[in-house]
Design a protein around this ligand. Sequence first.
Ligand code: TRP
Length: 333
Amino acid sequence: MNKPIVLTGIKPTGHPHLGNYIGAIKPALEMAKKTNYQSMYFIADYHALNTVQNAEQLKSYTYEIAATWLALGLNPEKVIFYRQSDVPEITELNWILSSITSKGLMNRAHAYKTKVDKNTEVGLDIDAGVNMGLYTYPILIAADILMFQSDLVPVGKDQIQHVEIARDMAASFNHTYSETFKLPQHVVTEETATIPGLDGRKMSKSYGNVIPLFESPEKLKKLIFKIKTDSSLPTEPKDPKQSSLFTLYKEFAEENEIIYFKRRYEEGIGWGEVKQQVFNVLNRELEGPRAEYHNYINQPKILQEILEVGGENARKRAQENLKIIKQRIGLTF
Ligand code: TRP
């Protein structure tokens, strides 16, 4: 009996930061440990293309993402880890699906709609800055998912709509051409705390407030000391729930350390000391993965080989599936 498939994509659109790790990478690695599923994780490089239009940058982001996942414990012997562009069958399926997708559905997809709303707000043409890659983004996601008969798709809340669209497309294809695709289901990765950035707002590349994951200890320390705090005195009790430094600490420290730190907050602790403690714990936990990360980055050949093996494995599955799909739609004699 084949194991159910868990599949998710990771866009190579920026340097991996602490927010990515806590919000997405950590829960996905937990999920990959479950042995009753076959996990498939891929680097969504074709998805990145609608924003990253610089060859060197796209290459570099792709390596960085691959190295990050491997350094943090993704096991390529257990998980099928590949680049989307190494499986051209996905773009063939993308075309097939686009022929059964109504344009109106794409008008309502939220990535595009958000852009239209923003353009309208500032009085621009509704489609200003929209390329077809962005507009038809949900179709490529559906192809990613349906290509492998995925059962479960772990995503952030903002991506639920995409999995629902994939599900609708699968149902509509099955209705037109007979039962072909499994209907995928989203799994919302458990609501982790929103990770605050340097300025206290959500850590996000678009706010320019991120702490990169694998900076040198000196840089990491410098950035942690830049995190905004209030002007309360060291002796004043502080509320850990209101403190972004505490939120960061909690994600990396041991249970007993967290309890102790909380008590220190309540008794009164200076922000300088808080920052030092946060640095100590983060650095302790990131030291090992940081060394691994640099090993991989310095040996791109190893990364290429790992992705190649994953790509071949994924491609074999895709080819088998595409053969059936093509029969269903009358493209094979
Ligand atoms: N759209 C996702 C993101 O922006 C990445 C992604 C691409 C994806 N294809 C997918 C996620 C398929 C789950 C399944 O992060």
